[in-house]
Write a protein that binds this ligand. Structure first.
Ligand code: G1P
Ligand code: ZN
Length: 543
């Protein structure tokens, strides 16, 4: 086996977004593309000489090929060891846990999350640091800077490693340890939650449907729900991970998990439904005839987490991304705990979790998590819900009604305009910025604007400043609209419009969300001119 240094030159556009670098799979498969990025990560983190890295991904097309390249490059760059999930599989939260549990120097996670997979779909790669969380901006800036100057990468000439065989072997001078991707993660879940109580719930006849969407959580959910907790066989559907996710879009929301929604609104619906995404960090929660928005789910979990053993002493604080609804803020205020508002992207929660300032955090985009790992965690959220259902023995609908009666209801929806011309999207955002000085006090139907600004964040732990994190317009009703451009898309620009209205009148808590939000939706269009700028008459996706 020999090591090579391959001369290369920078390729454009290797700027990591909200969660690492995401591109079309064929782009990653192009000559030197993956290699350049992997070498840029290694160089950007100060080299990998003598380091141990966790490597794994969501099993999408090219996952295994890319891992073979990463292993050969890690060896040639002097890494001491790589810990790899069997067959290249690790859910994102399981990878985060493994990085922390084994005290490694970080890891490489191969995933484009909820984006479709396949040769003509999407691929992604990100580096997580020794705390198990996505690299912070300082590190990703260094990686990006290196992509612009890279001139060579190092790789070992070698046969493929057998990713199927659990155990330890060597690749050149590097140790390769292939591990069961589920075992450590399942142990962690058992420590956090009252598995006996959940077992008793299932034993009482409680029925659940978990849709793994042909993505990475299939083996995790089957082992934990059906294996350890005694849920009926067949509780997990679409449980076999496929390289193209069965041609589906593994994003757990009412649009892409429509099968689950239909099942949960049918006559013979199970008691509880849930789904997770491509790499297992997102979750969707739905009761019988009761969808729970991610923002509401975060609020309910914050209110009731103390019913699970790991959180029985209460929460240090909570955090939510800025576009996430203010429902959790109301819980935090009632409990007298801190509530942080961060920019979009899980990496912004890392410092708060590390510093013990926040215990739970979440995003409106179906991400919920806690300080048990440094990623959002789909199955964790599902298990916390199950723990709460097992202790309270209430239905999801009852829990939601109780929650709204106590804290008020934040009606919420996100409207996405995908693959919009990037210039047009930027012009629309500039048009909004130009109105900051004149909007306050203006009325739009029943609404009066009370604030207008662009969100910037000063990290309370390390003092770093992040500007340009979304435009927010507040109304005196307690409602709000936020405009933001996506950082994870792979084609054109995606405009996200986040809409929220607060309702505290118990008689008005049972409305359809789009109806309750109609005045805000109309105001958003009037202020931003979304139609005129994007050329679209309606959003592509409403969640
Ligand atoms: C989206 C979500 C964001 C999430 C990210 C990664 O990013 O909106 O909350 O952290 O995916 O899962 P966006 O495309 O909006 O930049
Ligand atoms: Zn994901």
């Amino acid at each position: 086996m020999t090591r090579h240094s391959v001369q290369t030159q920078p390729v454009d556009g290797q700027k990591p977004g909200t969660s690492g670098l995401r591109k079309k799979t064929r782009v990653f498969m192009g000559a030197h593309y993956l290699e350049n990025y992997v070498q840029s990560i290694f160089d950007g983190i100060g080299g990998v000489e003598g380091k141990t890295l966790v490597v794994g991904g969501d099993g999408r097309f090219f996952n295994d090929r890319a891992i073979q390249v990463i292993l050969r490059m890690a060896e040639a760059n002097g890494a001491a060891a790589c810990i790899v999930g069997q067959n290249g599989i690790l859910s994102t939260p399981a990878a985060s846990h493994l990085i922390r549990k084994r005290g490694t120097d970080g890891g490489l996670i191969l995933s484009a999350s909820h984006n479709p997979g396949g040769e003509d779909e999407d691929f992604g790669l990100k580096y997580n640091g020794p705390n198990g969380g996505p690299a912070n901006e300082g590190v990703t800036d260094k990686i990006f800077a290196r992509t612009k100057t890279i001139d060579q990468y190092h790789i070992l000439d070698a046969q493929d490693v057998d990713l199927g065989a659990i155990g330890t072997s060597t690749l050149g001078a590097m140790t390769v340890e292939i591990v069961d991707p589920v075992a450590d993660y399942a142990d962690l879940m058992e420590q956090l939650f009252d598995f006996d109580a959940i077992r008793a719930l299932f034993a009482s006849g409680f029925r659940m449907r978990f849709d793994a969407m042909h993505a990475v959580t299939g083996p995790y959910a089957t082992a934990i729900l059906e294996g350890k907790l005694g849920a009926a066989k067949g509780t997990v559907v679409n449980g076999t991970p496929l390289p193209d996710f069965g041609g589906g879009h593994p994003d757990p929301n009412p649009i892409w998990a429509k099968d689950l929604m239909d099942a949960m609104f049918a006559q013979d619906a199970p008691d509880f439904g849930a789904a997770s995404d491509g790499d297992g960090d997102r979750n969707m929660i739905v009761g019988r005839s009761q969808y729970v928005t991610p923002s509401d789910s975060l609020a309910v979990l914050a209110a009731l987490a103390h019913l699970a053993p790991a959180y029985s002493k209460g929460l240090a604080g909570v955090a939510r991304s800025m576009p996430t609804s203010g429902a959790v803020d109301r819980v935090a205020a009632a409990k007298g705990i801190e509530c942080f508002e961060t920019p979009t992207g899980w990496k912004f929660f890392g410092n708060l979790l590390d510093a013990g300032r926040a215990t739970l955090c979440g995003e409106e985009s179906a991400g919920t998590g806690s300080d048990h790992v440094r990623e959002k965690d789909g199955l964790w959220a599902v298990l916390l819900w199950l723990n709460i259902l097992a202790v309270t023995r209430k239905s999801v609908k009852e829990l939601m009604n109780d929650h709204w009666a106590e804290y008020g209801r934040n009606y919420y929806s996100r409207h996405d305009y995908e693959d919009v011309d990037a210039g047009a999207a930027a012009t629309m955002m500039d048009g909004l910025r130009a109105q900051f000085g004149t909007l306050v006090g203006k009325t739009f139907g029943p609404l009066t604007v009370s604030s207008a600004d662009e969100f910037a964040y000063d990290d309370p732990v390390d003092g770093s400043h992040s500007a340009g994190q979304g435009i927010r317009i507040g109304f005196s009703s307690g409602g709000r609209v936020v405009f933001r451009l996506s950082g994870t898309g792979t084609v054109g620009a995606t405009v996200r419009v986040y809409l929220e209205e607060l309702e505290t009148d118990p008689a008005r808590m049972d409305q359809d969300a789009q109806e309750a939000l109609a005045p805000i939706i109309a105001a958003a269009e009037e202020i931003a001119g979304i139609r005129a700028h994007t050329g679209r008459t309606a959003p592509n996706v409403i969640t």
